[in-house]
Design a protein around this ligand. Structure first.
Ligand code: ATP
Length: 242
């Protein structure tokens, strides 16, 4: 395959349950490298479950996840990570007693080449100058917004083909959310990484996405361009507020 041709992540008829709770049912979604896809939905709609199934963290009961045509659904999470899918889980899980630099290095544990590691570190510091300023501080001492930057930076350390972000806005003050989304918007414009962005904050997610899906009670109910979704009356009423 030529380097410039886009890779495709295809989710087909994906279902998953926790005991008797059918968390997601028959999810179909796609993302290509170079595009950003938003998945919006309220609490408990199944957004995290969808991402966790793609990453191999939660087992699916049915369906397929194809990475360039290759089914990765039964692969363990570390294999899926090595194939180029990185997850930024909900809840800013940093290693609090490790420094910012050490946290970032943990993200690149599969990179052995020192020169590549240095290049990735420079890339992340360039994207998040705040992390460069705080590289010797313990991650546990960072603000919530800085910790969110750190977990995104950590996932970018191994130059993933696809980045799966779970609610980066959660629990952050509006001004901090704006700051982080400005940076994510820069990432969207400048990188070839395909991004699946799961968000309850539909307005901000759709403002940077190319396309979007609405997830309700475990099922995709609307799929459209971000522009269309931003102007959709139902989406506006349910997820944007008017
Ligand atoms: P949130 O924004 O609250 O994280 P979500 O859209 O990401 O919501 P999921 O976390 O995927 O939704 O949850 C989907 C459904 O599965 C919900 O009904 C939730 O209660 C249930 N669920 C999620 N995780 C578990 C679990 N570990 N055990 C049992 N039920 C779960």
């Amino acid at each position: 395959m030529e380097e410039s041709s886009p890779m495709k992540l295809v989710v087909e008829q994906l279902s998953a349950s926790y005991g008797s709770i059918n968390a997601i049912r028959g999810i179909n979604l796609t993302c290509e490298t170079g595009e950003t896809v938003a998945v919006i939905g309220s609490n408990g709609a199944g957004k995290s479950t969808t991402l966790n199934c793609i990453c191999g963290v939660v087992p699916a009961s049915e369906g397929e996840v194809l990475l360039d045509g290759f089914d990765i659904l039964d692969k363990p999470p570390h294999k899926i990570a090595m194939m180029g899918i990185a997850q930024v889980p909900e809840g800013r899980r940093v290693f609090p007693r490790l420094t910012v630099l050490e946290n970032l290095e943990m993200g690149a544990y599969i990179v052995n080449d020192k020169a590549v590691l240095k290049e990735r570190l420079e890339y992340v510091y360039n994207l998040f100058p705040r992390l460069a300023e705080r590289q010797r501080q313990n991650a546990g001492d960072l603000s919530g917004g800085e910790q969110q930057m750190l977990v995104i930076g950590r996932a970018l350390m191994r130059n993933p083909k696809f980045l799966l972000m779970d609610e980066p806005s959660l629990g952050l003050a509006p001004v901090v959310v704006e700051n982080i989304f400005d940076i994510i918007a820069g990432l969207v414009k400048s990188s070839e990484t395909g991004i699946i962005l799961v968000e309850q904050n539909a307005a901000i997610a759709l403002s940077i996405a190319n396309r979007g899906y609405v997830l309700e009670n475990g099922e995709i109910t609307i799929e459209a361009s971000a522009e269309e979704l931003l102007h959709d009356d139902k989406v506006k009423a349910a997820y944007i507020g008017g």
